[in-house]
Design a protein around this ligand. Structure first.
Ligand code: PXL
Length: 246
């Protein structure tokens, strides 16, 4: 069986992060190891205030020390929501310890949505996230996250030409294959990817659904990471993720 480790929080209520990554990747027939980074009563996006946040940073390091002793290896390492600047540094060390020539790293740079940062994130957190993106084989920002990573204005309805430009600029962070979600083409809504080594762009669309649904980015990243882990290639990974979200 292929094996993925996904590292992100448990939002106890709210249909996101580990509560979607674990079932989705497992259902794809991939062994799914997890490291919870924090336990929150709900996610921190719109609709919830007063959430609890229990930081598990210390546990991440002890879990990874144990795994190193066991010699565990993974086909993919996939990080999602991280709760603090220091957790980003811990992830960077984790990549050094568990990244290999024949596995790959996916960083979903969870920062915000609809043009706004999620609660609690700072400029320092954004600059740390940029550095983490440099270590990833794939990053999967939405347009909001791309705008914070690149210091550019948020594009409300990002079309194919703008997506290409944003993707080219995202490679300047140091990641060779960025994926941008929330790309629009007429009545369609989808995602775009850029393989900078081949200088090729990929697009995939489905019908636009005019609702904001929290957690779709985590679903996208989970299906994407699983599909690439199964060796299906970039176009197929985009198609599967876009279709499944829809
Ligand atoms: O869906 C991303 C996510 C994950 N975890 C937490 C969040 C969010 C987005 O708001 O707040 C805690």
């Amino acid at each position: 069986m292929k094996k993925i480790v996904t590292i992100q929080d448990i939002s106890c209520f709210g249909k996101c992060s580990l509560t979607v990554a674990l079932p989705i990747i497992s259902a794809m027939g991939i062994e799914t190891a997890v490291i919870p980074t924090a336990v929150l009563s709900t996610h921190t996006g719109s609709g919830f205030t007063g959430y609890t946040f229990h930081d598990l940073s210390g546990d991440i390091t002890s879990i990874s020390e144990h795994w190193k002793k066991l010699g565990l290896e993974f086909d993919a390492i996939y990080t999602g929501y991280l709760g603090s600047d220091s957790q980003i540094q811990i992830m960077s060390d984790f990549f050094d310890d568990f990244g290999k020539d024949d596995n790959f790293i996916v960083v979903d740079p969870v920062l915000g949505d609809s043009g706004k940062l999620y609660a609690g994130f700072t400029d320092k957190f954004i600059s740390e996230m940029k550095r983490l993106c440099a270590k990833a084989d794939y990053i999967l920002p939405n347009m909001t996250e791309a705008s914070f990573l690149l210091d550019i204005p948020y594009i409300e309805n990002c079309n194919e030409d703008s997506a290409k430009e944003v993707l080219r600029r995202l490679t300047e962070l140091g990641c060779k294959t960025p994926i941008l979600t929330g790309v629009r083409s007429g009545e369609l809504h989808g995602a775009a990817a850029y393989d900078s080594e081949r200088n090729e762009f990929y697009f995939s669309y489905s019908k636009h659904i005019d609702r904001h649904l929290h957690g779709t980015g985590d679903i996208f990243a989970s299906v994407f990471t699983g599909t690439v882990t199964l060796g299906k290639g970039l176009q197929k990974a985009l198609d599967m993720s876009v279709k499944y979200i829809s």
